[in-house]
Write a new protein. Structure first.
Lengths: 148, 274
């Protein structure tokens, strides 16, 4: 009996070791944030201060999300979104309280996108974003921001 | 992962049935310009608000004039207490004080505040995760590296709030944010009152943040919600919110002063260790 259990354990271990190289490496929310931070690099060089807090989560491909955010007139803001999916496509914009789009210079690359905002007055703004992929139904995302 | 609050399916269905475009855009009409209503947005709302750090507002005040930040720095040591709710509020207040000291480029005050952060983190049982940031603040203060100090104060606050969230005590984490916001807002009102302008006063247009804090207090456990300091803060926030919502044509100097007075009285209550 003991011999059989030991044999089974060894077989399971061997199977796990053999399968290890073929298992896919799964992306995480931390990866999404890393990509958002990669998007921030050129902005930091231009004097933007990156906030430590950020939004993140997992969402269905193409599902639009929104966050409400306080911004102050006189500051310039930049938002960076990251997603660790090879074919990720991004949407990222900001609306004022009347629903008018005020985002500037939206740019996107393989794993991240960014845009800037010069809020016309101090108050609450709505950041709207989505991440889409043809290969994954569910995607990790992270949205960070900075100001100067 | 953060929690999502899905929009009620009925609203989504009605919006979609009405043939509204998938994207939320400006909504005009014969009756004049309509306000954008985020609740009517056909998507999911992320139920998480990021509270700006005080330096986000301070940088604007610097652009509008030359405030005397030295006058705004307070050299008060946080009182000793074993009350974790009060300690968390004090932690937020102290970190915000750090941002004021950085704005004043006051090395000695930054170092004192760095040491206060260590004491408070020790009392909260979080010194292990806070010590590297506190040490970085002390080191950067010696070099006068204000950008690094600002970053470390932000990191310190996030580390403490994350640790509290991990310990399933999101209420304490909110207390840290609340304390920080009250101290930051008190400084802003003080600076704005001394050199009043419509642009600087507009920085106090933050009703969404006040509503967020009130909602979070409402969701706290009964013991914490009825804590002396928290109950007083809830009352004070309602007064502040009324002032903000009443400033339709902009904030008057009196409105700014009133918001400042409420913040100061709440900060006194936070420091009032029995």
């Amino acid at each position: 009996m003991i011999f059989t259990v030991t044999l089974l354990r060894r077989a399971a271990l061997l199977l796990a070791v053999c399968l290890l190289p073929v298992l896919p490496v799964f992306a995480t929310i931390d990866d999404a944030h890393s990509f958002a931070m990669e998007a921030a690099i050129p902005f930091v060089k231009k004097g933007f201060i990156v906030r430590e807090d950020y939004w993140n989560g997992e969402v269905k491909s193409g599902q639009r999300l929104m966050v409400k955010h306080q911004m102050f007139k006189g500051n310039e803001y930049a938002f960076w979104i990251g997603c660790p999916e090879d074919d990720a496509e991004f949407e990222l914009t900001v609306l004022d309280e009347k629903g008018v789009e005020i985002a500037l210079d939206f740019t996107a690359s393989q794993y991240f996108a960014s845009m800037r905002v010069n809020p016309p007055r101090s108050g609450t703004y709505t950041v709207i974003f989505s991440v889409s992929s043809k290969s994954s139904k569910s995607l990790y995302w992270a949205l960070a921001y900075g100001y100067r | 992962m953060r929690a999502f609050v899905p929009l009620p399916p009925v609203i989504c269905a009605l919006l979609l049935a009405a043939g509204l475009p998938a994207s939320a855009t400006a909504q005009g009409g014969k009756a004049g310009v309509q306000e954008f209503d985020p609740r009517a947005f056909p998507g999911q709302m992320v139920d998480d608000v990021i509270v700006p750090v005080p330096s986000e507002v301070f940088t604007v005040l610097d652009k509008l004039g030359s405030p005397n930040w030295h006058q705004e720095v307070r050299k008060e040591k946080p009182p000793k207490t074993g009350d974790r709710t009060r300690l968390s509020l004090l932690f937020g207040v102290t970190v915000a004080e750090g941002f004021v000291a950085v704005q004043a480029e006051d090395k000695e005050s930054v170092k004192d505040i760095g040491r206060d952060v260590i004491d408070l983190a020790t009392a909260l049982g979080l010194i292990k995760s806070v010590r590297p940031h506190a040490q970085a603040i002390l080191d950067a203060a010696d070099k006068g590296d204000w950008a690094s100090i600002r970053k470390e104060f932000d990191k310190t606050q996030k580390t403490v709030r994350d640790a509290m969230d991990q310990m399933k005590d999101a209420d304490l984490s909110q207390c840290v944010s609340l304390g920080g916001w009250l101290r930051g807002t008190a400084s802003v009102t003080s600076v704005v009152t001394k050199n009043f302008s419509a642009d600087s006063a507009e920085l106090l247009n933050q009703p969404m943040l006040v509503e967020h804090f009130l909602a979070r207090i409402e969701r706290m456990g009964r013991d914490r919600r009825e804590h002396d300091a928290v109950a007083d803060i809830a009352k004070g926030l309602k007064t502040i919110l009324a002032r903000m919502e009443g400033a339709v044509d902009g904030f008057t100097r009196d409105a700014v002063r009133d918001i400042g007075k409420v913040c100061e009285s709440l900060l006194a209550e936070i420091r009032n260790v029995k």
